[in-house]
Design a protein around this ligand. Structure first.
Ligand SMILES: [Zn+2]
Length: 125
């Protein structure tokens, strides 16, 4: 998996901040988001390490800050939403709908905005 610090942001985003390449699951060929539907955003959010999202007790978290913000959840091609995960019931994790790996990002139920971590997906032409 790519380390967030080593990502070449200029190669991944257009001048207007949109994703230049499509986002693909790191574990299967499933397309998460096509090019141009995400907006580069820096926001601090800790995601648990990637596992199958099935009754895992995993509590190790990565503090991540580089995300693609997706305004319309229907822009996603293959993405699953977990049950709410924070105390206020406002956040859901995003997972690959095909292979169940995640979280690849999070969904804010209040703002209806989704955030996909750059470090949790592959960027393909
Ligand atoms: Zn997948």
């Amino acid at each position: 998996m790519e380390k967030e610090q080593t990502l070449n942001i200029d190669e991944l985003k257009e001048e207007n901040g949109k994703n230049k390449r499509k986002l693909v699951c790191s574990f299967c060929p499933s397309v998460i988001l096509i090019a141009g539907d995400g907006l580069y955003t820096e926001i601090e959010f800790a995601l648990p390490t990637m596992t199958k999202q099935k009754g895992s007790d995993e509590v190790v978290e990565d503090q991540l800050s580089r995300y693609w913000r997706v305004a319309n959840m229907y822009d996603f091609h293959n993405v699953g939403f977990s049950n709410t995960v924070d105390r206020n019931g406002q956040k859901k994790y995003l997972t690959c709908a095909e292979c169940d790996m995640g979280p690849i990002g999070f969904f804010d139920t209040e703002t209806k905005l989704s955030y996909v971590a750059l470090a949790r997906v592959k960027h393909e032409q």
